[in-house]
Design a protein around this ligand. Structure first.
Ligand code: ADP
Length: 879
C-alpha cells in the first residue's frame, strides 16, 4: 500500500476536512439519498460516502455495508483521493495493490471498486462517493458519467455545508441548529461553544433543556407550536454552561423543514452584558430620579434644544407635568431677563457648544420664581456632533438671597444713606421725583413712577388699592404700589422678581420720598411767604425811606414857623406853652425820621458812615440828658474823640440807654461809664433790670431777636435796636457785647477805636442857653446834628455857674431869653474868659461887643451852624 501526500499537505487536508464538520455526525437522509442513487446507477450492492480521516476512513452514508469505518491503510478510497480521475478497480483479486487487502480477502469481499473523489475547492481530497461489488465488473460509459455527475452534486452539497458552517463560525455568534425529531443538537457555532464551554461532541450528547434550562415542558411546546406555525420564536431563557453557571440569553428561533426533517435554527444572544447594562441604566435612572437636583436632557432638534427627559426633582421643582414639558424648546421655560448675565452665559454656551455653570432666575408653572444654579453640558456623538445637552439644576434661592443679602447689605446701606440724603436734599418736586426714580433704579434695578390718582385715567386698580388701604400692595413679585404721601402713589415695576431686601429698600425710599416731598412743599410755601414778606418789607423800607426823607423838609418848616410865631409876641403863657409842645413834638419826629431813614438805609445796604470827629463825652452827655425819665449816672473816666458818624453813634447809645431804662424797674438807677484807653474807648451801659436768659444772650444782636422774658413781660420792642447798634459799631471798627444775668441786670459794652487826632483837634464846645426849660430846642438839635459838642443851659447864670466846662461858643436866642444888662455883662465876661464867641439869633439881636455874631430871624439853620462853626457870619446877606 502506498501512503498519499506530504505531511504538511496532510495536516492542511485534515484541517479542511474538519471544517465540513461531518466526521462522526449521525446519518442524514440527504447523504443517504446520494449513496442510494449511486448504488442504483451502478447496479452495485454497496455504495458509500467515505471520508478519509487521519487513520481511518469513515462513512457518512452507506448502502449495503454494516461497518461505519475501516482502517485507512485498507481503504480503497485512500487511493482514490490521491487521483484526479475516478479510481476504478475492476477485480481486486487480480490487482496486486489490493489482492491481500482484508476487505478483499474477507468481509465484505470486495472485487469491484469505483471511487469518485470528493475534493474541497482548494483541491484537497476529502473522500469519495464510491460503488462496490462483490463481483468483478465494468461500468458503462453512461453509468460512469452519471456517477461522476452525482459526485459533483455531492461535492456542491459538501461545499455549501462548509460555507454555511464557516459563516456560522465567522459570525462568532451563538448559533445552534437542533433536530427536534432526534432531540439532538446538530451544529453549534464556535461562539456558541465558547459561550457554553462545551465541545461540539459534548453538546451533541446533551438534551435541549440541559442547555436552555427553562425551554422545556409547556414552554417548549409553545415554542414548537409557534415555529411550526412559521412564526419566529423569541424569548429569553437561561443557558447553563458546562461549569454550571447560568447565562441569560435571548433566543431567536426559526424552523427549516427541508428534506422532510425539521431543523431548528437558534440564535442565542448572550444578554448578560445587556442585562448588566440595563441594570446599571436602571440604577442610574433611579439615582437620577432620587437626586435632589433637577436633571434635564435636551435633544437638539433642527438647531433647537427640546426637552427629552426630566427627572422627578425637575417636576417637583417646577410644578410641571411630563405632558407639559416633553419636546418643549428650552426657551419655552420662562427664565431670567433678556439681559440677565446667567441667561447670557446659557445662550453663549449653546452657541459655542461649551459647558456652562451659572445662576439664572427660573419660574415655576405657577409663575413663582426661584434662583437656579444651572450646569449645562453638551453631549457629543461619536462624530463630535452635539446631539444632546444635559442640564443639572439646583434651587439656590436661599443661598443667592443670603449671599446677596450679605454682599449687598453694606453697599446698599451706604447707597441708601446717600439716596436718603439726596432725596431729603431735593427741594423741588421735579428734582425729587427724578432723584427717587434714579435711586430705585440704582438700588433695586426696578423702574419707579410717581402717580397721582387724580391724574390717572382710568386709574390702575393696583394704585387705587394702595391708596385705599394706605399700604403697600403687591402684584406678583415684579410689581407693587406704595402710598407716597400727598395723594401720590409710587408704582414699581421690575423685570426680575423683587426680593425681600429690594422691597425693604423701596419702602424706605418711598418713605424718604414722602418726607422729602412734604419738606419740598413746605419749603415752597415758606419761600413764597418769605418772598411775600421780602416784597412787603421792600415796599415798607422804600415807603419809610421816602416818608422819613419827605418828613424832614416839612419838619424844618414847622419848627421855623413855630419859632417865628413865638417871636411875633402877643402870645399868652398858654399859647407859648402849646407852641413849645409843637416844637418838642416836631423835634422828636425829626429824630425819629433820622433814625428811621438810617434803618431803612441799612436795610437797603445804603448806609454810609460819616467820618467826623465825634466827641464821645459830649455825645453821651447828650444821650443822658435826653432821657429825663430815669436818673442816669454818667461816670466819665477820660475824654475821647472818635472818628465816625455822630448821629449813628448817638443812635447806638440812645438805644442802649433806652433799653436799660425799659428793661429795668422804676427807681433802679442806670449807669453810663466811659473809660478811655490808648487805642480804644469803652462805654458801658449798666442796669439792674430783668437781665437776659443765658441761652438767649448770644442772640440779642440778631435782627428782630427778642428775649423770652422781655416778651413775657410784654415790654414793647421790635428787636431791631441792638441789631442796628451792632452794625453801626462794627462799621466804626468797634465791638459791642453784653454780660447779663437773668433777674440781676445787664451790662452792654461798646468799644470804639479812639481817633489818633482825637486829643489834638477837639470839636467846638457849644453852650446853648435856651431859657424857659426848653430842654432840646431846635437849635441844639441842629448843632448836634452838625457834630458840635453842645451843652444846654437854662440861663446865663446856669452857664456861668457850670464852671468846669470849656466853652468855644455860646448860642442864645435873644427872643426867648431877654438879657438884662447884668446878664449881658456876665455873658460877655464869660466869653472873654473862655475866649468864646457869642452867637445870637433873634428878631433884633442885642449889641454885645466884638465877640458877638448876630443872626437875624428868620435865618436858615445851615447859616446858624456855619456861624457857630466859623465864629462869624459867612453870608451876611442871608441874615
Ligand atoms: P427791643 O428792645 O426793641 O426789643 P433791641 O434790639 O434793642 O430790641 O433788644 C433786643 C432784645 O434784647 C430785647 O427785646 C430784650 O429782650 C433784650 N435786651 C436788650 N437790652 C436789654 C437789657 N438792658 N436788659 C434786658 N434785656 C435786654
Amino acid at each position: 500500500m502506498k501512503a498519499a501526500g506530504s505531511n504538511v499537505d496532510e495536516e492542511r487536508r485534515l484541517a479542511v476536512l474538519r471544517e465540513y464538520q461531518l466526521l462522526d455526525t449521525p446519518p442524514e437522509a440527504l447523504y443517504d439519498s446520494f449513496t442510494r442513487l449511486a448504488a442504483e446507477i451502478a447496479g452495485t450492492p454497496i455504495a458509500l460516502v467515505s471520508l478519509i480521516d487521519r487513520d481511518r476512513q469513515w462513512f457518512k452514508s452507506r448502502v449495503g455495508l454494516e461497518a461505519t469505518s475501516t482502517p485507512r491503510d485498507q481503504a480503497f478510497c485512500a487511493h482514490a483521493i490521491a487521483e484526479t480521475e475516478p479510481f476504478v478497480v475492476q477485480d481486486a483479486v487480480n490487482d496486486t495493490r489490493f489482492a491481500g487487502n482484508p476487505l478483499v480477502t474477507g468481509d465484505p469481499n470486495i472485487r469491484f471498486y469505483a471511487g469518485y473523489p470528493l475534493r474541497s475547492p482548494e483541491g484537497f481530497g476529502l473522500g469519495t462517493l464510491c460503488v462496490i461489488d462483490r463481483e468483478p465488473r465494468e461500468l458503462t460509459m453512461e453509468q460512469h458519467r452519471a456517477l461522476r455527475q452525482l459526485s459533483y452534486a455531492l461535492r456542491a452539497v459538501l461545499d455549501d455545508r462548509r460555507d454555511m458552517l464557516q459563516i456560522f463560525d465567522a459570525a462568532y455568534n451563538e448559533l445552534f441548529s437542533y433536530d427536534p425529531g432526534e432531540k439532538t443538537f446538530i451544529f453549534a457555532s464556535r461562539g456558541a461553544l465558547t459561550m457554553l464551554g462545551y465541545t461540539m461532541a459534548e453538546l451533541r450528547s446533551l438534551p435541549l433543556e440541559a442547555v436552555f434550562t427553562d425551554l422545556s415542558g409547556t414552554r417548549y411546546e409553545i415554542a414548537m407550536r409557534t415555529l411550526r406555525d412559521d412564526r419566529p420564536f423569541v424569548g429569553e431563557c437561561l443557558a447553563r454552561r458546562k461549569d454550571g453557571e447560568l447565562v441569560p440569553v435571548e433566543l431567536h428561533a426559526g424552523i427549516n423543514r427541508s428534506g422532510g426533517r425539521e431543523r431548528i435554527f437558534i440564535v442565542a444572544v448572550n444578554v448578560s452584558e445587556r442585562h448588566a447594562a440595563q441594570e446599571q441604566l436602571d440604577l442610574l435612572l433611579s439615582a437620577i430620579n432620587v437626586a435632589g437636583d433637577s436633571i434635564v436632557v435636551y435633544e437638539v432638534v433642527e438647531g433647537e434644544l427640546r426637552l427629552a427627559y426630566a427627572n422627578f426633582a425637575f417636576y417637583q421643582q417646577t410644578g410641571y407635568d411630563r405632558s407639559d414639558i416633553m419636546g418643549k424648546p428650552l426657551n419655552w421655560f420662562r427664565r431670567g431677563m433678556p439681559d440677565d448675565p446667567g441667561m447670557m452665559a446659557v445662550r453663549n454656551a449653546i452657541t459655542t457648544g461649551t459647558a456652562a455653570k451659572t445662576e439664572v432666575c427660573s419660574y415655576r408653572k405657577d409663575g413663582r420664581s426661584f434662583w437656579n444654579q444651572v450646569t449645562l453640558q453638551p453631549i457629543r456623538s461619536t462624530q463630535g456632533e452635539v446631539r444632546h445637552w444635559i442640564s443639572v439644576e439646583r434651587d439656590v434661592t436661599d443661598a443667592v438671597e443670603r449671599e446677596s443679602n450679605l454682599e449687598d447689605q453694606n453697599a446698599r446701606l451706604v447707597a441708601l444713606g446717600r439716596a436718603a440724603r439726596e432725596l431729603i436734599g431735593a427741594l423741588s418736586a421735579t428734582a425729587l421725583t427724578a432723584r427717587f426714580k434714579q435711586s430705585v433704579k440704582d438700588l433695586t434695578g426696578a423702574t419707579a413712577r410717581i402717580a397721582s390718582l387724580a391724574a390717572e385715567l382710568p386709574p390702575d386698580p393696583l394704585l387705587v388699592r394702595a391708596a385705599a388701604e394706605n399700604a403697600t400692595v403687591k402684584d406678583g413679585d415684579t410689581r407693587m404700589a406704595l402710598p407716597a404721601g400727598n395723594g401720590f402713589i409710587a408704582e414699581i415695576r421690575s423685570q426680575r422678581p423683587l426680593r425681600d431686601a429690594d422691597r425693604l429698600v423701596i419702602e424706605l425710599l418711598v418713605q424718604y420720598y414722602a418726607v422729602a416731598s412734604r419738606n419740598a412743599s413746605l419749603v415752597g410755601e415758606i419761600e413764597d411767604q418769605r418772598n411775600a414778606v421780602l416784597e412787603l418789607n421792600q415796599i415798607k423800607t422804600d415807603l419809610i425811606a421816602m416818608l422819613a426823607h419827605d418828613f424832614k423838609g416839612p419838619l424844618t418848616n414847622i419848627l421855623g414857623y413855630a419859632d417865628l410865631t413865638a417871636e411875633m409876641g402877643d402870645l399868652n403863657d398858654h399859647q407859648q406853652e402849646y407852641l413849645e409842645s409843637i416844637k418838642r413834638a416836631a423835634l422828636r419826629l425829626a429824630d425819629l425820621a433820622t433814625d428811621t431813614l438810617s434803618l431803612s438805609r441799612l436795610e437797603r445796604n445804603e448806609i454810609e458812615i460819616a467820618h467826623d470827629e465825634v466827641d464821645l463825652v459830649n455825645l453821651l452827655r447828650d444821650v443822658v440828658v435826653a432821657n429825663d425819665r430815669r436818673k442816669i449816672d454818667l461816670e466819665i473816666e477820660g475824654d475821647a474823640i472818635v472818628r465816625g458818624d455822630l448821629r449813628r453813634l448817638r443812635q447806638v447809645f440812645y438805644n442802649l440807654v433806652e433799653n436799660a431804662i425799659k428793661y429795668s424797674p422804676e427807681g433802679q438807677p442806670v449807669t453810663v461809664r466811659v473809660s478811655v484807653g490808648s487805642t480804644h474807648a469803652r462805654i458801658q451801659v449798666i442796669d439792674r433790670g430783668i437781665g437776659i436768659p443765658a441761652a438767649e444772650v448770644a442772640r440779642v444782636f440778631d435782627r428782630f431777636s427778642r428775649a423770652a422774658n422781655a416778651r413775657r413781660l410784654r415790654i414793647p420792642g421790635t428787636g431791631f435796636g441792638l441789631f442796628l447798634a451792632h452794625q453801626i459799631v462794627e462799621m466804626h471798627g468797634g465791638t459791642i457785647a453784653v454780660e447779663s444775668v437773668e433777674g440781676e441786670g445787664s451790662t452792654f459794652s461798646v468799644t470804639l477805636p479812639v481817633s489818633g487826632a482825637g486829643h489834638l483837634t477837639r470839636p467846638l464846645r457849644v453852650a446853648v442857653i435856651e431859657g424857659k426849660n426848653e430842654s432840646r430846642s431846635f437849635i441844639t438839635h441842629a448843632l448836634r446834628e452838625a457834630g458840635l459838642r453842645t451843652r444846654v443851659h437854662q440861663s446865663v447864670q446856669g452857664l456861668t455857674e457850670s464852671g468846669i466846662f470849656e466853652t468855644d461858643r455860646i448860642v442864645l436866642d435873644s427872643d426867648a431869653l431877654s438879657l438884662d444888662e447884668e446878664a449881658g455883662k456876665a455873658l460877655v465876661d464869660f466869653a472873654q474868659h473862655h475866649d468864646a464867641k457869642i452867637v445870637v439869633v433873634g428878631s433884633d439881636p442885642p449889641e454885645l461887643g466884638g465877640r458877638v455874631v448876630a443872626l437875624k430871624k428868620p435865618y436858615l439853620m445851615r447859616d446858624l451852624v456855619a456861624a457857630v462853626q466859623t465864629g462869624s457870619v459867612t453870608r451876611p446877606g442871608a441874615a
